[in-house]
Design a protein around this ligand. Sequence first.
Ligand code: IPE
Ligand code: IPE
Ligand code: MG
Length: 271
Amino acid sequence: MIDPHNLPKHVAIIMDGNGRWAAQKNLPRIAGHRRGIQSVREIVTFSRKLGIEALTLFAFSNENWNRPAPEISQLMMLLERYLKQELKTMMENEIRFRTIGQIERLPSSVLRMIRSVEEKTEKNKRMTLILALSYGGRAEMVDAVRRMMEEFQEEKISIKDLDETLFSRYLYTQEIPDPDLMIRTSGEVRISNFLLWQLAYTELYFTKTFWPDFRRKDFLLALLDYQGRERRFGLVTEQVSHPGIPRKEGSPGTSVKRLLEDLQGGEEREF
Ligand code: IPE
Ligand code: IPE
Ligand code: MG
């Protein structure tokens, strides 16, 4: 049973395993990335239907710039096409789009597309979709410190103002609350420089499923796992409420099977 009142508000995902998915099928890596976009579509619209408030997807890391040039340009092409095609879905579903990362490093046509989608979806309130692009957690912190030092020099802030709240305002994520759940696909059990500051108290979920195979059912399994956790934030059990404790028979909730049945016939368009 999924408890609709104990859903994570913010889910972050390291979408990994596209290349291995393709290799398994003797296909080029790009085929894996292309198929991965179908998972993106499915997880975005499903998250919106479930009422999740923010979804952050790690799509391209700072380190990924070191991949072979042809793979990078194919990824950029897919990204541009995704944004162009998904604007309609974002508007229909009232999804606000934004990015985190050093996006000025992206090709100018992609950058223009990002700005345009950000602008057009700015007023959408039902869910925020955050793409981490050209993103690195360490670079984010260094960028934050640089901006703070500039403002310090300009006497806009003083040392006594510095605390965790102030620091986090200089991060790319700014007003976005920290993720409650972080999912990584493909079997790798590492953070790979993703949201280093923001993941401090996030529940982590790792699955062996490759990203192109990660669909609604897999997402629900991750949510179920999350709902079984007790988030203590350093306290002891007696001090925290018990959303993770299984409810009594007959209490409200939505069965995974029903959710899947309701949502049958989702978008399986070829990209
Ligand atoms: C994730 O899949 C997508 C990106 C990092 C852009 P990978 O391309 O890393 O796939 P694997 O890890 O090689 O299987
Ligand atoms: C992490 O995946 C980045 C993205 C999913 C965009 P990688 O495939 O780049 O991570 P490592 O190199 O295996 O740690
Ligand atoms: Mg990978």
